[in-house]
Design a protein around this ligand. Structure first.
Ligand SMILES: O=P(O)(O)O[C@H]1O[C@H](CO)[C@@H](O)[C@H]1O
Ligand SMILES: Nc1nc2[nH]cnc2c(=O)[nH]1
Length: 260
């Protein structure tokens, strides 16, 4: 069984069952425009999937354990692989709007300030107290994603890089963008790292992909101003491309027999 987030619910046409988050006991609610707040079960190319249409964020006021609660629910339901997607600002100056960055690693900035979803008593039934993160993003899945993207003809669009997760909700200052880029981040957003930390803690295999929805402003002479409207528009513009990519990827991904 597979899980991914964001806008791919439309792909799950076979045997589709839909729940609104409000119907599920103890589930948080989506408050962000563009995040529908629906859980969609179905088959894609014969593979059972569950898709979150809308995720939860720290900036909505949810503690990180709650932001990541669905990951543990899915793990208990038998999910083996997490495909996590996000919208992100491109810090790498070579990146263009509409590019897909396969995430090779992340910088979890809130973690440096003591905000980590695993803080508190360790739940041994999910994983160890001190989980490693140096192998968070599965090498084989990264290679597969880059290959599938190129096979679909998106040679220039496919990138591989480092995602930096911040708490949000404001977009970054110019000085912050320059600093993050000099620290090695290629893209910046307000999600994903917490979900991936919890997914790796409980043994899920992870593939992460960022859609570059805007170029982070690095120049004091630039007139560019980041906005959520721009992010949503870039998401809509790339929806078909992402659907094709994810659809073929799901078809090609082999079951994960190493899940604990
Ligand atoms: O990371 P996702 O939720 O994809 O979306 C990104 O886009 C929103 C800002 O426009 C923020 O939520 C940011 O994290
Ligand atoms: N923090 C942050 N999140 C984003 N989500 C989409 N674009 C951006 C961005 O530029 N910065």
């Amino acid at each position: 069984m597979w899980l991914w987030t964001w806008s791919f619910g439309e792909l799950l046409k076979e045997d589709q069952v839909v729940f609104h988050y409000s119907e599920i006991p103890n589930f948080p609610q989506s408050t962000v425009p563009g995040h529908a707040g629906r859980l969609i079960f179905g088959n894609l190319n014969g593979k059972p999937c569950v898709c979150m249409q809308g995720r939860f964020h720290f900036y909505e006021g949810y503690p990180l354990w709650k932001v990541t609660f669905p990951v543990r629910v899915f793990r208990l339901m038998g999910v083996e692989t997490l495909i996590v997607t996000n919208a992100a600002g491109g810090l790498n100056q070579d990146y263009k709007i509409g590019d897909i960055m396969v995430i090779m690693d992340h910088i979890n900035m809130p973690g440096f300030a003591g905000q980590n979803p695993l803080i508190g008593p360790n739940e041994e039934r999910f994983g160890p107290r001190f989980p490693p993160m140096s192998d968070a993003y599965d090498k084989d899945l990264r290679k597969l994603a880059l290959g599938v993207g190129q096979e679909l003809g998106y040679v220039e669009k496919m990138r591989e890089g480092v995602y930096c997760s911040l708490g949000g909700p404001n977009f970054e200052t110019i000085a912050e963008c320059r600093m993050l880029n000099s620290l090695g981040a290629d893209a910046v957003g307000m999600s994903t790292a917490p979900e991936v930390i919890v997914a790796r803690h409980c043994g899920l295999r992870v593939l992460g992909m960022s859609l570059i929805t805007n170029k982070a402003t690095m120049d004091y002479n630039s007139e560019a101003i980041a906005s959520h409207e721009e992010v949503l528009q870039a998401g809509k513009d790339s929806a078909k491309f992402l659907e094709k990519l994810v659809s073929l990827l799901v078809q090609r991904i082999e079951p994960n027999n190493n899940v604990r």
